[in-house]
Write a protein that binds this ligand. Sequence first.
Ligand SMILES: C[S@@+](CC[C@H](N)C(=O)[O-])C[C@H]1O[C@@H](n2cnc3c(N)ncnc32)[C@H](O)[C@@H]1O
Length: 207
Amino acid sequence: MEPATACSATGPQLHRADGLDGKLRLRRGGRRALDAPALSALEKDEELIRHVAQQSWTGLVIAESRKHGAGRGLFTTKAFPKGSILCDYHGKVVDAAEGRRLIESLKPGEASYIYFFRKGAQDLCVNSQSDPCECHPSLVTFGRRINHSAKSFNVKGIVCDLQGHALPVLLLKATRDIKVGEEVYFDYGVTRRSFGGEGMGLSWLDD
Ligand SMILES: C[S@@+](CC[C@H](N)C(=O)[O-])C[C@H]1O[C@@H](n2cnc3c(N)ncnc32)[C@H](O)[C@@H]1O
């Protein structure tokens, strides 16, 4: 693991797209350091830590996506300024190999809710397949409902060592000012040409 103060922006986010016979391999992107004082402040932010622990995020609602055929998506009910944290990608942090095994076990067409990331030399992922999650059985969790847009994403994932959390937490941070009523998107980091063209049939990956 990296030192407790080291947070990083993840590169492209990694969801297997469905409709691919369970075989789409997901590309991992590069990482870049974020502004250290800002990250250090995030790690100690008590309100943020409470929201992660209690899944008490506000200003978000799940509704039918504006993307054709995408199912549900995440929308804002309040404005989020650029740089603010909307929510985390909540789930179990496990080794990436375990995440890949889980993906292989999904039925054809079954959506995956697994977010792969690197932490130092470690390949990890958040497994958010269970809904509701085991730790908050009466709550909805928001991060897993965020749909893909490579061209008009408005959040990106950052990996953070929050105080009191033994495992890294994936926070979703606004890349621009987000208005009330916008759908939230991040770039899954997969193109139709990735992995030998396994996703060639999924036109929405180009969006
Ligand atoms: C993590 S889930 C996102 C939430 C999902 N829409 C839901 O209803 O729970 C990922 C799946 O959503 C769908 N999806 C995500 N972004 C999409 C887009 N831009 N267009 C069409 N489908 C999309 C794909 O089926 C993908 O496998």
